[in-house]
Design a binder for this molecule. Structure first.
Ligand code: SF4
Length: 343
């Protein structure tokens, strides 16, 4: 019943709406996506749909904000359930980020520190990075962004995901006491001489990807079947190092879809995505790397009912759950986004 209603409302609006569904979304919502993908791909696709007056973003809050930044205020962006936030993005409140950065500038006087924020961050943090002429990055381009940032500065300040920052540093040969840590509780933590520091990591993580542990990899590697392990770079450094492959959501999907039939894969990322990969690739053996429940609970707060509610209200001329950003935030966030696009 509810599904028929959603379908007929989608039909009613035709090109006036575009529904975006992130790969981690529940199936009951995912199936309505005009486009599916990761956060940046979806935001870019949405703004290319010029006829669409409304972008309904079935993801989390920072994703809808990114769409609002890129749409330039010309399209209305709607998040079907306002409780769908990202705990990782919330681990970097703007006031803490600003005061940490000014402290670091004092401690490392004379060095140019370039801030980089993972796209999984609030619009305020993106704007802060833009004001400092830094970069936004995604999990698929972080290493290229590291190169670009180092060509313009001496040190990097990486927000908010410490694991993506540490794993990317490792790929660039930056390890041990070359990496500093900004603890939200204790401030700057160094393990050696401050002159050696090249990257400072923010104290943030994704609790979903942090659930994967080295023992889970050992379990699959000890079995009889020749499992390959593929993980998202938001996983911890130990897991990242032990895995056979790592990559963004889109890269994980492509790697498995392009793999030969009969191959075995243990995948370290969000559960809805892994279960969908399993269904869509019946000739391969695909398992999730852990038995823990790695569903992104905040993204899952969006239910088909929320989508229906948004569509019904639109039909009555009411926009509910609109996500907006101020002109100031948009202006500076765009600097950081454009710095990324230029790489
Ligand atoms: S999977 Fe992790 S990083 Fe992604 S939206 Fe959920 S909590 Fe945030």
């Amino acid at each position: 019943m509810i599904f028929n209603e959603i379908e007929s409302l989608i039909d009613y609006f035709k090109e006036e709406i575009v529904i975006l569904a992130h790969h981690y979304q529940r199936d009951e919502v995912y199936k309505y996506g005009h486009f599916t993908g990761d956060s940046l791909k979806l935001s870019q696709l949405a703004t290319s749909q010029k006829e669409a007056k409304y972008i309904i973003f079935c993801g989390v809050h920072f994703m809808a904000e990114t769409a609002a930044i890129l749409s330039g205020g010309k399209q209305k962006v709607i998040l079907p359930n306002l409780d769908a936030g990202c705990p990782m993005a919330d681990k970097a409140p703007i006031n803490e980020v600003v005061s940490a950065f000014s402290y670091l500038k004092e401690v490392f006087k004379g060095k140019r520190i370039v801030p980089i924020t993972y796209i999984n961050s609030t619009a305020e943090v993106k704007a802060f990075v833009g004001r400092e002429n830094g970069y936004i990055c995604t999990s698929s381009n972080a290493d290229k962004i590291f190169d670009a940032a180092f060509s313009r500065g001496d040190m990097l300040f990486f927000l908010p995901d410490q694991h993506l920052g540490r794993n990317t540093s490792y790929k660039k040969g930056i390890v041990g006491d070359e990496i500093g840590f900004w603890s939200r509780k204790d401030g700057l933590v160094l393990s050696g001489d401050k002159k050696k520091i090249k990257v400072i990591l923010w104290d943030g993580h994704c609790w979903v990807h942090q659930m994967f542990q080295p023992t889970h990899i050992v379990h699959f590697k000890r079995g009889k079947e020749p499992y390959k392990i593929i993980v998202h770079p938001e996983c911890s450094f130990e897991v990242f190092k032990m895995a056979d492959y790592s990559g963004s959501t889109e890269q994980i999907i492509k790697t498995i879809e392009n793999a030969e039939d009969g191959t075995y894969w243990a995948v370290g990322t969000e559960k809805n995505l892994v279960m969908r990969l399993k269904r869509n690739n019946p000739n391969k053996t695909i398992d999730i790397l852990t038995n823990f429940n790695t569903i992104c609970r905040t993204m899952s707060k969006i239910r088909a009912n929320d989508l229906l509610n948004v569509l019904k209200n639109l039909k009555e001329g009411k926009i509910i759950n609109e996500i907006t950003v101020s002109n100031e935030i948009r202006k500076y966030s765009l600097i950081a986004l454009n710095n990324m696009f230029s790489v």
